[in-house]
Design a protein around this ligand. Structure first.
Ligand code: SF4
Ligand code: SF4
Length: 368
C-alpha cells in the first residue's frame, strides 16, 4: 500500500498520456458529473457532492477541495466499449456488383480514472456478456483491450446506492490497475493507493510518496466502514431470484405500469444493459447502404416485435421482463446478478420508480 499525493496523481496521468493512453474521467458539465476526456487532474471536479433520490439529481458545493465526494452521473463506462452508435458495414452498388466493407474494430489504449467499485463489477458483467460467451462482439473486445483502470473507493455513497446489498462495493477488490481511497481535503488531500497489476505497481512505485502508515490505513478502514453503513438504499437478495421467478402474475407489475412512461432512461443509464438493434439506411441514389448498431431497450414495443406483433405488449410486461432479468434470470443466464446496485435506474427514472422498492414489493407476496 502506498500514499499518493496530488502531484503523484498528476505524474501517473502524465505517464499514461506519454504512453499513448487516451484518458477519460469525471467532469463537471451542465450541473452534473459526466465521463469525458480529461487533460490533467485539474479537469476533475473538486468540492462537489451529489444528492440523488428517485427521479432526482442535484450537485452542491462541499465548501472544501475534496476530489471524489460525488458518486455516479447518468453515463457509465460502457459507452467507451459498447458504443451507443456503432457502424457495422457499408454496402456499395458497383454496376451489378455489391461491395461490402465491414467497419474495422477500433483499438487504442484507454485509461479510465475514477472508476467506482460497482462500475468495476459492471465492466466485468459486460465482459462476460460481450467478450467471454459463445458469441463475441469483436468491436467490444478490440476497444476493451489494454484498458488501464484507476479505481476510487467510495467514502461518500449516494442516496440511491445499494452496492453493499449487491456485494459490489464500496471497496474495489479486483479489476483495477490502481485503487485509491481519498483521505483528507483542504490542502491535505492524499490517497491510500494499491496496485492491482504490474503496470499499476510500476506507476505507483515511481509516483507515490512512500508506503502507507498504520494511521493512514486505520483512517481508510474507518472511512470505508462508515460508507458501507451509509448506503442510500438496500435490497435483501437472499432468495430473491427464486421468488421473482415465481412472480409472473403478481399484480404489482400492472401497478408499476401505471407510472412507467416506457421512456427507456433506466436501460440507457444502466451500466450492464446490452440490448441493441440494427438499423439500415441508404443514400438517395440507392447505391450506398449502411448498417448501424444502436442501443435499444426492452421497454420499447418494437424490441420484442416478432412477425405479427410484440411479445411484450404492455408496460407491465416490459417492466417485469427488465426487473426479473436483472435480479433473477440473469443468474441462470450468466451465473450472477445483472445489477450492481449503482442506483442509476432509480435516480434517472422521471417518475422515480425504484428497483429496490419494486423487487421487495413483488417478493413480499410472491409465491415461493
Ligand atoms: S438495474 Fe439499476 S441499480 Fe442495477 S445496475 Fe442497472 S441501473 Fe444500476
Ligand atoms: S421505469 Fe422509469 S426510467 Fe424505466 S422506462 Fe419506466 S419511466 Fe422510464
Amino acid at each position: 500500500m502506498f500514499i499518493l499525493e496530488p502531484d503523484g496523481f498528476e505524474k501517473i496521468l502524465d505517464s499514461l498520456r506519454e504512453k499513448g493512453y487516451r484518458i477519460t474521467g469525471p467532469k463537471l458539465r451542465d450541473g452534473a458529473i459526466v465521463l469525458d476526456t480529461i487533460d490533467s487532474a485539474a479537469s476533475l471536479p473538486r468540492g462537489v457532492r451529489d444528492h440523488q433520490g428517485p427521479g432526482r439529481y442535484r450537485l452542491e458545493e462541499t465548501g472544501d477541495d475534496s476530489w471524489f465526494s460525488y458518486t455516479l452521473g447518468s453515463d457509465s463506462w460502457k459507452k467507451l466499449f459498447f458504443h451507443p452508435i456503432k457502424p457495422l458495414f457499408k454496402t456499395t452498388r458497383d454496376g451489378g456488383l455489391l461491395q461490402i466493407e465491414p467497419e474495422p474494430p477500433r483499438e487504442g489504449l484507454k485509461a479510465l480514472i475514477g472508476v467506482r467499485p460497482c462500475e468495476l463489477q459492471a465492466l466485468a458483467i459486460q465482459d462476460k456478456v460481450l467478450a467471454e460467451g459463445e458469441f463475441v462482439d469483436r468491436h467490444y473486445v478490440a476497444s476493451r483491450k489494454g484498458t488501464f483502470i484507476v479505481a476510487v473507493n467510495c467514502t461518500v455513497p449516494g442516496g440511491t446506492c445499494f452496492c453493499v446489498s449487491m456485494g459490489t462495493g464500496p471497496v474495489a477488490d479486483r479489476g483495477y490497475d490502481i485503487s485509491l481511497t481519498e483521505l483528507g481535503s483542504n490542502g491535505a488531500t492524499r490517497f491510500v493507493a494499491r496496485a492491482g497489476s504490474p503496470h499499476g505497481e510500476e506507476l505507483l512505485a515511481a509516483a507515490s510518496s512512500g508506503k502507507a502508515g498504520e494511521s493512514d490505513l486505520q483512517l481508510e478502514a474507518e472511512l470505508l466502514e462508515a460508507a458501507a453503513g451509509n448506503m442510500g438504499r438496500s435490497l435483501d437478495v437472499e432468495g430473491l431470484a427464486a421468488a421473482l421467478a415465481e412472480s409472473g402474475d403478481h399484480p404489482r407489475w400492472e401497478e408499476v405500469a401505471e407510472r412507467c412512461q416506457a421512456c427507456t432512461n433506466c436501460t440507457m443509464a444502466c451500466p450492464t444493459c446490452y440490448c441493441h438493434t440494427v438499423e439500415d439506411s441508404t443514400d438517395l441514389t440507392g447505391s450506398v447502404a449502411d448498417r448501424t448498431r444502436v442501443w435499444d431497450s426492452c421497454f420499447t414495443a418494437d424490441h420484442s416485435y416478432l412477425h405479427g406483433g410484440s411479445v411484450r405488449e404492455t408496460r407491465g410486461a416490459r417492466y417485469r421482463q427488465w426487473l426479473t432479468h436483472k435480479l433473477s434470470s440473469w443468474h441462470d443466464q450468466f451465473g450472477g446478478s445483472g445489477c450492481t446496485g449503482c442506483g442509476r435506474c432509480i435516480t434517472w427514472c422521471p417518475v422515480g420508480i425504484d428497483i429496490t422498492e419494486e423487487a421487495q414489493a413483488v417478493r413480499g407476496t410472491a409465491r415461493g
